[in-house]
Design a protein around this ligand. Structure first.
Ligand SMILES: Cc1ncc(COP(=O)(O)O)c(C=O)c1O
Length: 386
């Protein structure tokens, strides 16, 4: 095949995601997997049954409509109104995607030209870097630094250039657990308006805020027409394998994202769309109980990690805890995570993989707590042997 590498040079060096490597290590060593963020208990029985019913009744077994089934688009719009007071037209301002992952890819491929700069909160979820690269754009990190991980808004201002096209936000933020405050969002929105920037905001953990509340930036003045909001059923309803996500935005933005989306998957997950429509209409008690359960698990794991000698940055949201391994006499999170299954039968993710500059996150390690209480208790016991 000659000397030319097979992999497109935009994706050079991206290799296999760390999640695949660490999940394989968990299986090979029989370790408790606190690496990848997927629950070990499925979501509500009623929602699962809704999917079974749709399958049996032949709803969604053939290509559903490109933008998503009307029932789901209506439920998404109703959810945004009920939770955040955002009025959306389900026909023109909502688009169903194959998980938030496709929503991110379609948004960035649709909205970016080669050479455009994208400012993203670093550490970033790994698909952001890949999608920015596939669009031929340039990522510019706004690094969140321990211990608070709060964004430096003066630094954000200084990163904006005439080539900046888009701000890529994520709140609640994976992996740090940061939840952007109304003041921070207002300041970010003011910069977006002043410099006429687009905002893509990944809000898949919107229902997992333990301290404070979730505020979509799209609700702020001047933001509706420039913001693409992304969310998904995976995290909120504990069905990460269903891959039902969505985009909400002004009609022109949805039309642009839909154009890219239709050539990525065209459509996805027909019967699951009916089930997610039912899930979004669950009473508030479901969302409250889900959050309370995860808050309890956050505290259990955070306390256990602190007792085991980690420096713990207690997250305000998401189901991840970032820790610093320096107090354990360790320096390198990647080496630490590779040795952890052997040492004590637990798998975690090194935060360095979420940084452009690996030094910035070198001693940081992420654990998830979306597991059964007994599993977390066992993990804490194992980690205490460190
Ligand atoms: C910040 C963030 N965005 C998007 C996703 C992916 O969402 P989905 O499974 O709906 O594609 C994840 C999953 O871990 C995530 O943490």
């Amino acid at each position: 095949m000659g000397a030319r590498p097979l992999l497109n040079r935009r994706l050079a060096g991206m290799g296999t995601t760390i999640f695949a490597e660490m999940s394989a290590l968990a299986t090979a060593t029989g370790s408790i997997n606190l690496g990848q963020g997927f629950p070990d208990t499925d979501g509500p029985e009623q929602v699962r049954e809704a999917a079974v019913r749709a399958l049996r009744e032949g709803r969604g077994n053939q290509y559903p409509p490109g933008p998503g089934i009307p029932e789901l688009r209506t439920a998404i719009a109703a959810h945004q109104r009920r939770r955040y007071g955002l009025g959306l037209d389900p026909d023109t301002e909502v688009l169903v995607t194959a998980g938030a992952t496709e929503a991110i890819a379609a948004s960035l491929l649709a909205l970016l030209e080669p050479g455009d700069e994208v400012i993203a909160l670093e550490p970033f979820y790994d698909s952001y870097a890949a999608c920015i690269a596939m669009a031929g754009a340039v990522r510019v990190p706004l690094t969140l630094r321990a211990p608070s991980f709060r964004p430096d808004l003066d630094e954000l201002r200084s990163l904006i250039t005439p080539r900046t096209r888009l701000l890529l936000l994520n709140t609640p933020h994976n992996p740090t657990g940061l939840v952007l405050t109304p003041d921070e969002l207002t300041a970010i929105a003011a910069l977006a308006v002043e410099h006429d920037l687009l905002v893509v905001t990944d809000e898949v953990y919107e229902h997992l805020v333990f301290d404070g509340a979730h505020h979509p930036i799209a609700t702020l003045p001047g933001m509706r027409e420039r913001t693409v909001t992304i969310s998904s059923a995976g995290k909120t309803f504990s069905f990460t394998g269903w891959k039902v996500g969505w985009v909400t935005a002004a009609p022109e933005l949805v039309a642009a994202v839909r154009t890219a989306k239709q050539y990525l998957t065209y459509v996805s997950a027909g019967p699951f769309q009916y089930a997610v429509a039912e899930a979004l209409n669950l009473p508030d008690a479901y969302f409250d109980d889900f959050r309370a359960d995860l808050r309890h698990k956050r505290d259990l794991l955070a306390d256990g990690l602190a007792t085991a000698g980690f420096r713990v940055f207690r997250p305000q949201g998401t189901y991840f805890i970032t820790t610093d391994i320096t107090p354990l006499g360790e320096k390198d999170g990647i080496a630490f995570c590779r040795s952890l299954p052997e040492r004590c039968g637990v798998v975690a993710i090194p935060n360095a993989v979420f940084y452009d500059d690996p030094d910035a996150g070198r001693p940081l390690v992420r654990f998830t707590f979306c597991k059964r209480t007994t599993v977390l208790e066992e993990a804490v016991e194992r980690l205490s042997r460190l």
